[in-house]
Write a protein that binds this ligand. Sequence first.
Ligand code: DGJ
Length: 527
Amino acid sequence: MNPLPHLQRTGGGAQLIVEGAPFLMLAGEVHNSSSSSLAYMERVWERMAALHCNTALTPISWELIEPTEGEFDFTLVDGLLEGARRHNLRLVPLWFGAFKNGRSTYAPEWVKTNPQRFVHAQSHPGHDVLPLSCFCEETIGADSRAFGALMRHLRKVDAEQQTAIMVQVENEVGLMRAPRDFSAPAERVFAQPVPSSLVDYLSTHTKTLHPALSQIQFDDTPSMTWSDMFGGDANEAFMSWGFGRFVGRVAEAGRTAYPLPHFANAWLVQYEGQPAGEYPNGGPVSRMMDIWRAAAPAIEFLAPDIYIDDFAGVCADYARSGNPLFIPEARRDHTAPAGAFYAIGEHSALGFSPFGIESIGGAIEEAIAGPVADASLGIQTDPSGLLLTRTYRLLSHMAPIIAQHQNKGSMRGILQRSAPDMGLDLGGYRLQVKFPTPLTPGQPPAGGLIIALGEGDYLIAGFGFSVQFHPAPGSPSEVDFLEISEGDYRHGEWLPGRRLNGDEYGVQLGAAPCVRRVRVYEHNPPI
Ligand code: DGJ
């Protein structure tokens, strides 16, 4: 049997290894309710295969696998594995347990209706709210048992074929509209000093702490309160510890049963200075990443769900201090193709996954989800899905060569922002990337990736930009082309097409994703 899917750390990042080789997830996350019906999933699988996805992110909910406490029904799980296999897709199960988007709507009835045993959060003292408390031991235990049972089942039915390759634990956890949880179990933890394991972690990682935490004052007293240590961030730090511990303990139960990579995803801070509680308070937002790492060592990485405009900024914020970048949710609109190229090229992302993937491509979207699904999310789709299809197709064929350059400093990503051009140094030359069409609302931003195969030797893939080559600053030389070739990648192999010269001389990538092999040299004028 192949070793199980795992993360292999390389050059400050990581690669996902599946069946012994790096695997690039060209993924899509299905709508929340789709995977609760195998019949419904049939059209979803077809749509995903047509989009050239190789991985599906599908919710698996606690209420559906454990409708009665201790009695598990894995029919749906088996059906999802079977459907994915039939369509040549890998699966990333999303565990919708006690927490999903700051709510507890996926907990089974026997949990929801027993608030004495499964304590609810309190948004201020004495005021119970619908979401469960992440500090309640009974809930931690019950969720962990259910998730552990799911992972044991996956091991039993899938360890051979390895259709499931990673797993997300809960979904966008955190508490909405509350400064913190004031329930009895939360109060007990808040009254204690900051746990020594958290203090130890933070004080031994001072060099790599997120700037938001770099102001922490470490006292050598073992009795610091949350306020002593975190000042104005005390409530959010406390909630991050609480949710991090919850997710970490659930993940521990899963990994003990079946050690696939486990990760947690974040609903992001939507604008600078937004108060916690307007976004889920205690979720793994980047400013709280270090607390999460201390609280949840069984979680291998934290992943951003990127719906805000600053895609590149979020990628940089999450691809820090060894956290591998994976984007489990992104807008499925015209920005998705450039986002995929950029995250993979610039940050060696493990993969990219627009949310509501089955809604991409008009006709099927109407047939499956109906236009309401999109209107409610306020998202404009890539109406034909053609750009994403071509992007995924090209990236899937290039995946082996991309893998050779991940985390090595020899690959860069291109993402059109407001400037008309951008400069980058790669392969011994200065590259000037120009965007001939200005960024226009509703139109796809240009995107791509550039790999330096060697000095002056490049693969340039993507759409909507041109590239000019210059010598290092101050050098009197001129740079010219030795080769510009069209071509294609098939399963990692370069198939050259036309050699471009004369009227076609220059590196211009049009509106459809394509790849060029380009070699340049420096001509030194005689002195
Ligand atoms: C983020 C959540 O994580 C998803 O499950 C889904 O509800 C989307 N938001 C909807 O935009």
